[in-house]
Ligand binder design. Structure first.
Ligand SMILES: NC(=O)C1=CN([C@@H]2O[C@H](COP(=O)(O)OP(=O)(O)OC[C@H]3O[C@@H](n4cnc5c(N)ncnc54)[C@H](OP(=O)(O)O)[C@@H]3O)[C@@H](O)[C@H]2O)C=CC1
Ligand SMILES: O=C(O)C1=N[C@H](C(=O)O)C[C@H](O)C1
Length: 269
């Protein structure tokens, strides 16, 4: 069975990358782009999705609402407000959904995840295989080093990114805090300036770099006396994310309603 996938935010960086990943999936017989959705009133409405993505004509005309789309699974990499509305649509219409949007406020995230009561939903701050492997490595590093090491997370992204720290950096912080039974809301330090005082033992520091065309880089340092361990992931192509999201979309078919993540898809739990 070739899974029919709709993509919201089609004109965005991830929308176009998803088009490429779905073209590859169609050649492999696993999934295909069945609908490309843009914001109501967008000048891309009616254009050929393949041409817009720079892949050559594919016969899928871009539409400006989910109501006009035929699909089995929606992949949504947009912005929090759009994702909330798209998740509610999927829940009401019994469609599985893969969500990659980051930058949710806590109450928005809770609301978004309510769709998982009614349909299968896979949400991940990062769909690359490498970052999800890093989550497991971070659990091990935190278990072995966490009581002796200071933990700092540094991330870098392109100049267009609108949220900080990245969703991935926050997920890394959550994985480490959970492993060490610390409350991230209490121990996180988001940047430092001025007379900060000496570092408090249990804090987890976050620092953000923005510029150029950096696709996404994350380093977690475990800094102990006499040695340090650094776990780094560098994405050099958005296909690392979009191929993962397509894999998740195929994996969701036939699953029960529920909240899954990319570590479930990869069997890393
Ligand atoms: N989980 C993961 O693996 C990854 C997550 N991301 C996340 O995915 C999201 C998108 O990233 P990226 O593609 O770089 O961003 P872009 O800004 O390039 O694309 C976002 C798209 O969403 C559309 N959009 C935004 N708001 C609305 C709205 N209210 N209604 C309809 N459409 C809307 C935009 O349309 P318009 O152009 O008309 O505004 C645009 O097409 C971000 O949150 C990012 O952090 C990114 C990469 C990997
Ligand atoms: O906005 C991006 O580009 C990315 N966002 C995600 C995040 O916030 O972690 C994932 C990836 O690093 C790229």
């Amino acid at each position: 069975m070739t899974v029919k996938v709709a993509v919201t935010g089609f004109g965005g960086r991830m929308g176009r990358s998803l088009a490429e990943a779905l073209t590859q999936a169609e050649a492999a017989g696993t999934a295909k782009l069945s609908a490309a959705i843009v914001r109501p009133g967008s000048s891309l409405t009616g254009a050929d999705a393949g041409e817009v993505a720079g892949l050559g004509r594919n016969g899928v005309a871009i539409v400006d609402s989910l109501e006009k789309a035929d699909f089995d699974v929606l992949i949504d990499f947009t912005a929090p407000a759009a994702t909330l509305s798209n998740a509610a649509y999927c829940a009401a219409n019994q469609k599985a959904i893969v969500i990659g949007t980051t930058g949710f406020a806590a109450d928005e995230k809770t609301q978004m995840l309510q769709a998982a009561d009614r349909v299968p939903l896979c949400f991940a701050s990062n769909f690359s295989t490498g970052v999800n492997l890093c989550f497991n490595l971070l659990e091990t590093a935190a278990r072995v080093l966490g009581d002796d090491a200071d933990i700092e997370i540094v991330e870098a992204h392109h100049r267009h990114k609108v949220d900080a720290p990245s969703g991935t950096a926050l997920s890394m912080g959550e994985v480490i805090a959970d492993t060490l039974e610390r409350d991230l809301a209490k121990v996180a330090v988001y940047g430092r300036e001025g007379q900060t005082g000496a570092r408090e033992r249990e804090t987890i520091g976050f620092a953000t770099v923005r510029g150029g065309d950096v696709v996404g880089e994350h380093t977690v340092s475990f800094l102990a006396d006499g040695e340090r361990v650094e776990i780094t992931h560098k994405a050099s192509s958005r296909l690392a994310f979009s191929r993962g999201a397509v894999r998740a979309a195929v994996w969701l078919i036939g699953r029960n309603a529920g909240h899954y993540d990319m570590r479930d898809v990869l069997g890393l739990k």
